[in-house]
Design a protein around this ligand. Structure first.
Ligand SMILES: Nc1ncnc2c1ncn2[C@@H]1O[C@H](COP(=O)(O)OP(=O)(O)O)[C@@H](O)[C@H]1O
Ligand SMILES: [Mg+2]
Length: 211
C-alpha cells in the first residue's frame, strides 16, 4: 500500500465506492453466466464492468506506457458492439485501415475512452445500418488517426461548438463525450478536429499526435 497521502481524497473515495458497485455487478454477472441461455448477456456485463474498472483505475495512475493501438481499438469496438446490441441500435461494420505495429504513448483506459466516444457517436448518428472506418498511419513527425462514418454528418451550424462541454443536439445526452476526447488528446500533446465528408454526409474526426 502507498504511504503517500492521496492528492484528492474525494476522488480516491469515489473510485473506491464505485469499485464496490462494480464488484456487485460482477458477482451478479458471474451468477448469470452459470445459465447457458444468459451467457452472452453475462459476457457483455463482465466486459462492461472491466471497462468501468479500467476507466476508474486510470484516474489514480499516471502511466505513460507504449500501447498497441490495435489492441485498444479491439476493446473499444467490442464495447461499441455490446452497447449497440443492448440498445438494439443499427448494425455497424467497422472497417480498419491500420498501419501495422502502431503504438500510442499514454494511459490505455484514457485512449480507450477516446475511441469509444468517437465510435459511439458515429453509431448513434447513424439512423440505419452502416460503416465506420478507422484509419491510422504514421508520418515522420506524427501519428494520424481518422474515424469516418456514413451517417448524416454534423450540421455546419453546430460544428464550431461540438467540443464544448455539455454541448449536445441529442435528447438526454450529456454532451461531454467530445470534450473528454479533446481533453485526453490535448493532454497527450495532440489535436482533434471534426469535419464532414466531401459529399456533405458522414462525419470525419481527425486526431493528430506527436510521434
Ligand atoms: N459522428 C457524428 N455525426 C454527427 N454528429 C455528431 C457526431 N459526433 C458528434 N456529433 C455532434 O456533436 C454533439 C456532441 O457530441 P458529444 O460531445 O459526444 O455529446 P453527446 O453524444 O452527449 O451529444 C452531438 O450531440 C452531435 O450533435
Ligand atoms: Mg457522445
Amino acid at each position: 500500500m502507498s504511504t503517500q497521502s492521496p492528492a484528492d481524497l474525494t476522488l480516491e473515495g469515489l473510485v473506491h465506492d464505485l469499485n464496490n458497485v462494480f464488484e456487485t455487478i460482477q458477482e451478479a454477472a458471474d451468477l448469470l453466466a452459470k445459465d447457458a441461455k444468459h451467457a452472452r448477456l453475462a459476457a457483455a456485463l463482465r466486459r462492461g464492468v472491466s471497462r468501468g474498472t479500467r476507466i476508474l483505475g486510470s484516474y489514480l495512475e499516471y502511466s505513460q506506457e507504449l500501447l498497441d493501438f490495435e489492441l485498444i481499438l479491439d476493446t473499444a469496438t467490442e464495447f461499441a458492439h455490446d452497447f449497440l446490441r443492448a440498445v438494439k441500435g443499427p448494425r455497424i461494420e467497422f472497417i480498419r485501415k491500420l498501419e501495422p505495429g502502431l503504438r500510442l504513448r499514454g494511459n490505455p483506459a484514457a485512449w480507450e475512452r477516446v475511441l469509444v466516444n468517437l465510435i459511439l457517436n458515429a453509431a448513434q448518428a447513424m439512423e440505419s445500418d452502416g460503416t465506420v472506418e478507422i484509419t491510422a498511419t504514421r508520418t515522420a513527425a506524427s501519428i494520424e488517426i481518422t474515424i469516418t462514418d456514413d451517417g448524416p454528418g454534423i450540421s455546419p451550424k453546430v460544428l464550431p461548438q461540438i467540443f464544448e462541454p455539455r454541448f449536445s443536439t441529442r435528447a438526454k445526452r450529456s454532451g461531454l463525450g467530445l470534450h473528454i476526447v479533446k481533453t485526453i488528446v490535448e493532454n497527450n500533446g495532440g489535436s482533434v478536429t471534426a469535419a464532414n465528408g466531401h459529399s456533405g454526409r458522414g462525419a470525419v474526426f481527425h486526431i493528430q499526435l506527436p510521434q
